[in-house]
Design a protein around this ligand. Structure first.
Ligand code: PMP
Length: 399
């Protein structure tokens, strides 16, 4: 048994939260509401191709060499400016910025920095499954904070903090939350920082969807209220440019950046040079915000199409009403098990994929919800997929 030699963190008997999450079905008419993929036809392919060629041409053979762990200079400066204007941190400096291999590595590094086995941390319930998978590796003790329409329930959280002052990390997705689509109110953002100061914990503010707002005005980041360096702001190029280059970035206190950089060195030695240089040249020669504007326009119409299909085929169902992002969250009657339905009906009968709610709960104990993605599927698939969802629920209620 090779598994006997594995470290306890691997837990061979426990299914990973991520493996098998997006079932590959080979039916031709398969519709996926499962992943969180950007719309492919809006990738700026020609511009990125040209930027890659410039990156190679300018550096010659050196482009293929090892490079600085901190990543290209211009790119870091671009992020310093973006943090000032879009994140609202007027004083941010270069030593507070760090590049990571996607937002995912940022989450994993923060977990590695803070969590010894058994350490207490709090998460929104539900929350991003990939973050839970990263935290799982460090075997924390999880505490759940329920979600309300304007973000995490901070009254409940404060009671939790009083009972468990050992909580040292709170992970939140305040903008267009994955999986529910909910956005945290400004009042709660402020209050959250006050709680962190009072009860001595760190906030990981994960915001890959922040720029993808379709309705209303952008809200100040949680980090913008930070007074003691307790907030780590994490973002990514995955949803606004391309996930293929695996490039994320964070803003944190210099002490935190130094410690995270030390941990990153042992993982991959450096920020991959060619992807980051390609993005650097792309940013020098193109207007990222103009590109984001075109994404917003398309995604807004897709979100509206999905809401309309839900009104048509699933009237009265409990659904979230996001102002941006990639996802809607459906809550079904208690007793309905969406994992069971996925494997027994959605995939084999309807050829439809969604992500069942249990994946998004730290204790995998809530089964009557599902996350559906509206950015990946076509308009026809959105309409047809919601129709299939309705059919699945009708068939289930007859049993
Ligand atoms: N955080 C959240 C909330 C996400 O939804 C995702 C991707 N689905 C990530 C982090 C990781 O993204 P990436 O590593 O591609 O930047």
């Amino acid at each position: 048994m090779l598994e006997n030699l594995f470290a306890s963190r691997v837990k061979p008997d426990e299914k990973s939260r991520l493996v098998g999450l997006f079932p590959e079905t080979h039916y031709l008419d398969n519709i996926s509401f499962g992943g969180g993929a950007p719309e492919e036809k809006l990738f700026p392919v020609e511009e990125l191709k040209e930027a890659y060629q410039v990156a190679v041409k300018r550096q010659g053979a050196h482009a293929f060499q090892y490079h600085d762990i901190r990543g290209p200079e211009y790119l870091r400066q671009f992020l310093v400016e973006r943090a000032k204007t879009l994140v609202g941190i007027p004083e941010v400096t270069d030593d507070e910025i760090m590049l990571t291999a996607g937002g995912q590595q940022g989450i994993e590094l923060v977990a590695k920095l803070l969590l010894n086995k058994g350490d207490a941390m709090a998460v929104e319930a539900p929350t991003y499954v990939g973050a839970l998978a990263a935290f799982d590796t460090f075997e924390p003790t999880y505490f759940n904070v329920s979600m309300e329409d304007d973000g995490a329930d901070l009254t409940q959280f404060e009671l939790l903090l009083k009972a468990h002052p050992e909580i040292k990390l709170f992970y939140t997705v305040p903008d267009f939350h994955n999986p529910t689509g909910i956005t945290m109110s400004v009042a709660k953002r402020k209050r959250l920082v006050e709680l962190a100061n009072k009860y001595d914990f760190i906030i990981l503010e994960d915001t890959p969807y922040r720029d993808l707002r379709y309705v209303g005005k952008s809200l100040p980041s949680v980090k913008s209220f930070d007074t003691e360096g307790r907030v780590i702001f994490l973002s990514s190029f995955s949803k606004i440019l391309t996930p293929a280059f695996r490039l994320g970035w964070l803003v944190a206190d210099p002490v935190v950046v130094q410690a995270l950089t030390k941990l990153k060195l042992t993982e991959d030695l450096e920020v991959p040079y060619l992807p980051s240089a390609t993005i650097e040249y792309y940013l020098q020669n193109n207007d990222l915000d103009e590109h984001i504007q075109s994404l917003r326009a398309l995604y807004q119409t897709k979100m509206e199409a999905m809401m309309a299909a839900i009104d048509r085929y699933l009237p009265g169902i409990k659904v979230s009403h996001p102002e941006g992002g990639f996802f809607l969250w459906l809550e079904l009657d208690q007793g309905i098990d969406t994992t069971k339905l996925l494997w027994e009906n959605a995939v084999p009968e309807q050829h439809l994929v969604y992500v069942p709610s249990e994946s998004f709960y730290a204790h995998r104990d809530r089964k009557n919800g599902m996350r559906i993605n509206f950015t990946g599927p076509t308009y026809e698939q959105i309409d047809d997929g919601v129709k299939r969802l309705s059919k699945m629920l009708v068939e289930n209620s007859r049993q």
